[in-house]
Write a protein that binds this ligand. Structure first.
Ligand SMILES: Cc1cc2nc3c(=O)[nH]c(=O)nc-3n(C[C@H](O)[C@H](O)[C@H](O)COP(=O)(O)OP(=O)(O)OC[C@H]3O[C@@H](n4cnc5c(N)ncnc54)[C@H](O)[C@@H]3O)c2cc1C
Length: 424
């Protein structure tokens, strides 16, 4: 449980040199906005062959799904099951964790955009789309021909994610979408947009469950995006707004082509975002520790190497304790996902702990390096700014704590609400 399989070990060994040479050499250009993150994703795919590995299983999945649809059977299951187990360990959660970890040692921004493209957008279409929708929208995403984004958050609906005001008003055989989304990863340059809207038949304000994912394409009349937002960290990952102004779509752009309560689906996708956070934190912590030990051995003050000072040893040892805990949490999460034994409380606890640990370790790494650590030239400076996002994106740390308390109270028969007080 606490070791990588031989195959994953080999994958990690292949990823490390690519990340430390190819990716590292492009981090500054990525951060400065001179190199589009999608170009880098295509490069990554060219080296590791993700699209060619997935092309066959995806086509078979579409054929199988189409036959079932003709028989009137709706296929359900995990992505692994839907793909018929064809890619084997390719979708082992631990593989995804190892990839996110290795990428995050060098560029958490790249990992974030990559996850939003394939995970949030691509997987949502795979798990909820019809065969036609998968063929039209998911195939180009998994082939790295089109970039995807996933938009739930709105200016007035963040932690209270389902208080959406974006509406989809039925009009004949179409829907008319109006509203806006904010803080959406990849939105400024995305080609495919998943956006959540409330079907508004007059009772939308009172029924929070009527939330549906629509899939839209760049160039659609009424759909526009804002410029990339200026951020504290994750600067290599474009974040932006999406505006919907009388956007007309047919039923074929409602994921699943059938109106049904879509809230559970958005929750599933949010869970996958939450699950990736410990892996990203793992990478950030591991790299900060590596850099700190190296620096403490090289840097001399008072005629001694920093590493000889016990206060510096204390910092290094504490960083290691966090690394050990976060690594164990990542292994546990991957195991639980593989075995279908994941729980909301454990996933929230892992995200809460790992994201705070990444920020703490980053800050300590900067402190250990003194003025040099505060400078851009030291990688830990960027990693620490990036780490802060892990405490906000995919549900804030406070929301993770509330979810844990809510679950624990529910075990004792008390139903709490995230809005405070009891659930009504
Ligand atoms: C870089 C970046 C990328 C993102 N990418 C995406 C994306 O791809 N798709 C997407 O849909 N969203 C995305 N988000 C949005 C992200 O999920 C939200 O920012 C997050 O859920 C928090 O919402 P908010 O920012 O509106 O904060 P708010 O909900 O306004 O929260 C503000 C503060 O109040 C606290 N708070 C809120 N409610 C409670 C409560 N009941 N009790 C105690 N404290 C509370 C919060 O914890 C926080 O500290 C991204 C955000 C960022 C910054």
């Amino acid at each position: 449980m606490f070791e990588l399989s031989e195959q994953l070990e080999l994958i990690q060994q292949a990823l490390r040199p690519y990340c430390e040479k190819e990716l590292q050499s492009k981090v500054d250009a990525l951060e400065e906005g001179e190199l589009p993150v999608f170009e880098l994703m295509k490069d990554f795919d060219g080296v590791f062959g993700i699209s060619s590995m997935l092309a066959g299983p995806l086509k078979k999945m579409i054929e199988r799904k189409r036959k079932k649809e003709e028989e009137g059977v709706e296929e359900r299951g995990s992505i692994d099951e839907l793909l018929g187990g064809e890619v084997g360990t390719a979708i082992d959660p631990m593989l995804l964790f190892v990839v996110a970890k290795e990428l995050s040692r060098v560029s958490p921004s790249f990992a974030l955009s990559f996850g939003a493209h394939l995970g949030l957008c691509g997987q949502t279409i795979l798990s909820k789309g019809t065969s036609d929708q998968i063929e039209k929208y998911a195939l180009p995403i998994f082939a790295f021909e089109k970039m995807g984004c996933w938009g739930l958050t709105e200016p007035e609906a963040g932690s209270d994610a389902f208080a959406l005001t974006t509406t989809a008003v039925p009009d004949g055989d179409q829907y008319v979408l109006n509203g806006s989304k904010t803080f959406i990863t990849n939105a400024p340059y995305a080609d495919i947009f998943i956006v959540y809207a409330k079907i508004d038949r007059g009772d939308a304000k009172t029924d929070k469950r009527m939330i549906y994912p629509f899939v839209l394409e760049r160039g659609t009349q009424g759909l526009s995006v804002g410029k990339p937002m200026h951020k504290m960290g994750m600067r290599g990952s474009p974040t932006g707004e999406i505006f919907l102004d009388d956007v007309r779509v047919g039923l074929d752009q409602l994921l699943g082509k059938k109106e049904k309560t879509g809230r559970a689906q958005a929750k599933e996708t949010l869970a996958s975002e939450r699950e990736e956070a410990p892996a990203m934190a793992w990478g950030i912590i591991e790299r900060c520790l590596d850099e700190s030990v190296k620096y403490a051995i090289e840097r001399k003050q008072f005629g001694r190497r920093l590493v000889e000072f016990q206060l510096i040893q204390d910092k290094i040892a504490r960083m290691y304790v966090h690394l050990e805990n976060v690594r164990n949490l990542a292994y546990k999460q991957a195991w639980a996902m593989r075995e279908g034994r994941g729980s909301l409380r454990d996933a929230c606890a892992a995200k809460f702990y790992a994201s705070a640990a990444a920020v703490e370790v980053g800050m300590e790494a900067i402190q250990l390096m003194g003025g040099y650590g505060y400078m851009h030239e030291q990688h830990v400076e960027m990693l620490t700014r990036d780490a802060k996002l892990l405490m906000i994106g995919g549900g804030t740390s406070e929301i993770q704590l509330l979810n844990i308390a809510k679950e624990l109270a529910r075990d004792k028969g008390v139903k709490l609400s995230l809005a405070g007080g009891l659930q009504v």
